[in-house]
Write a protein that binds this ligand. Structure first.
Ligand SMILES: [Zn+2]
Ligand SMILES: [Zn+2]
Length: 210
């Protein structure tokens, strides 16, 4: 005598987690495999009804998600960094009104400062260049600053203006972190679990504030 097996029990659909739902499905399958032919016929009919209802729900959900997905993609496209092309990380607004990742700005500032140090023509009494002098110092901001103060070099270096990495316009104030946008951008990141890098201070370019 075969046991009477019901169609897919509602408890599967109401399981609190996917693992529990899959486990209950396996249990139901094992029980169903040993049922009578007549019972199997009833199960298949009931399953077809359940499948139709699930399909109705799936397409209804898809239709509701489509505009949300479009909105999400539009928002992401608006939040892309002009420098790296990714969703902004630590968005900073520049004096030219453009917005860039703090980390992208830091990178471009470092490169710019390196270039300006390279171009610094002055030498000390024994013929040492600023580049050579800085190479001997431990590369901390303080050591860098002290080296500049002591050696009397670097007076021809512009520490207060820089070309905006977004548009090339010459600007002279520190980029400012946009807090509200920072939160929005964080929620638009595809990899939201990735920790944020530290907020840059841009000390390297602004050693001598105007
Ligand atoms: Zn960027
Ligand atoms: Zn700009």
């Amino acid at each position: 005598m075969h046991a009477t097996i019901s169609p897919i029990p509602q408890s599967i659909f109401e399981a609190p987690s996917i693992d529990e739902a899959l486990g209950l499905t396996d249990q139901w399958l094992q029980a169903s495999l040993s049922c009578s032919e007549e019972n199997l016929h009833n199960i298949l009919t009931a399953m077809a009804t359940q499948l139709k209802e699930a399909l109705r729900q799936k397409f209804a959900l898809q239709n509701r998600l489509r505009p949300l997905e479009a909105t999400f993609n539009d928002a992401r496209n608006e939040a892309l960094c002009m420098t790296c092309g990714h969703v902004l990380t630590l968005p900073h607004v520049l004096a030219c009104s453009h917005i860039s990742c703090g980390t992208c700005l830091e990178g471009s500032f470092r490169a710019l400062l390196e270039q300006r140090i390279e171009e610094c023509v002055a030498v000390t009494s024994d013929g040492t260049t600023l580049r050579e002098l800085l190479n001997r110092q431990p590369q901390t901001e303080l050591a860098f600053q002290l080296a500049l103060q002591k050696c009397g070099l670097g007076d021809d270096i512009d520490f207060t203006t820089y070309p905006s990495p977004c548009c090339g316009k010459s600007v002279s104030s520190k980029p400012v972190l946009v807090y509200g946008l920072r939160r929005i951008c964080k929620s638009l990141q595809l990899d939201r679990e990735k920790p944020e890098p530290p907020v840059p201070t841009f000390e390297r370019l602004f050693l001598r504030p105007a």
